[in-house]
Design a protein around this ligand. Structure first.
Ligand code: HMG
Ligand code: MG
Length: 313
């Protein structure tokens, strides 16, 4: 379906979670707190701060409760965490977390590798989690991984994606984020998927999460915009990857998405220069190159004004 572009986009900043979960080197709680605070100051309204998962599976997220205790929480900003089961939700509640995300996969093999159970078992585990969240008035976001391809099975049928997304919404998720975990999708496939899933689900309840492994994430976001999607995940400095999808690079860089959206005159409320500064800071700390093309250009010799431009007519 061809729709006009949205006038506003909500960016879900996943850098502190999706970005850092894959880092092998130790990162102190203070450094994680500083990253989240920098992102808050840049105007991001939704930040995925950490995960309440098994520390044996993802050691880097082990200190998430301490990170939540340390961050400056600005009113109106959502600070969320991943929770794979009731144990994770209870730990999140104990840490004062107000919103969590559950994560299912559209491929059986990835579900087994990532959360050690089948898709059906994962959904069954979410049921008591959803009930507990409801009792505490907590909103739950849902993810579906591998929507445009699986590292173990290859192609994934859109029917499978639509069916899991529908199930997550019927369980009580307010929004489902379709994730290209290994960044293989193209713009045509992205449009077809949103078109297909959007037949039974309102586009207001769908979001996109594009890893940039094949360099297609920005065009996939544009494809999503054309399909009327207005919530996208991104990661400062393009940090990250999934520990259970070898070779997949980080999420699309927040800086690059902002540059795209600013150019289209789409409002986000986020200050690009401050995100660039936050990205530079964490990359220096991690001693790794900045994954954002916009950040690299801006600190190099081809910097141009990063102020939002007028909406083209
Ligand atoms: P399991 O081993 O099958 O769990 O793991 P279990 O229920 O048999 O329990 C085993 C041990 O884990 C027990 O401890 C439990 O207490 C503990 P033990 O008795 O051995 O000491 N345990 C927990 N500890 C802390 N927090 C918990 C928890 N649950 C059980 N919540 C489990 C199943 C789901 C826990 C495990 O597989 C896991 O933690 N997986 C996490 C995987 C993960 O975080 N992946 C990355 C995030 S998803 C992602 O990146 C994709 C996304 O970005 C979208 C996309 O790009 O596709 C969202
Ligand atoms: Mg991801």
């Amino acid at each position: 379906m061809n729709q006009s572009l949205p006038t506003q986009v909500r960016l879900v900043e996943v850098g502190p979670r999706d970005g850092l979960q894959n880092e092998k080197q130790p990162i102190s709680v203070a450094d994680k707190v500083r990253l989240v605070d920098d992102l808050t100051d840049a105007g991001l309204r939704y930040i995925e701060v950490g995960s309440f998962v098994s520390p044996k599976w993802v050691p880097q997220m082990a200190g998430s409760a301490e990170v939540f205790a340390g961050i400056r929480q600005r009113p109106g900003v959502i600070y969320a965490a991943l929770a794979p089961n009731l144990k994770g939700l209870d730990a999140a509640l104990a840490a004062g977390v107000k919103e969590v995300a559950v994560f299912a996969a559209a491929s059986e093999s990835f579900s087994q590798k990532n959360i050690n159970c089948s898709i059906a078992e994962s959904l069954a585990r979410f049921a008591p989690l959803m009930q507990q969240a409801q009792r505490h008035g907590m909103r739950v976001r849902g993810y579906v991984s591998c929507v445009l391809g699986c590292p173990y099975e290859g192609a994934v049928p859109p029917e499978q994606v639509a069916s899991i997304a529908t199930e997550l919404l019927s369980m009580g998720c307010y929004e489902v984020c379709l994730a290209d975990t290994i960044g293989v999708g193209t713009a045509g496939e992205t449009r077809s998927l949103f078109d297909f899933v959007g037949r039974d689900i309102s586009r207001q309840q769908l979001a996109g999460h594009f890893h940039d492994t094949y360099g297609q994430a920005l065009t996939n976001i544009y494809a999503g915009l054309l399909e009327g999607i207005s919530v996208f995940d991104s990661s400062v400095a393009g940090l990250g990857g999934c520990p259970y999808a070898a070779g997949a690079t980080g999420n699309v860089a927040t800086e690059d998405v902002l540059y795209l959206l600013n150019g289209l005159g789409i409002h986000t409320g986020v200050d690009l220069d401050q995100v660039i500064a936050a990205g530079q800071r964490i990359c220096t700390l991690l001693d790794k190159p900045n994954g954002s093309r916009v950040a690299r250009a801006s600190v190099g010799s081809v910097a141009v004004s990063s102020r939002p431009r007028r909406r083209p007519v």
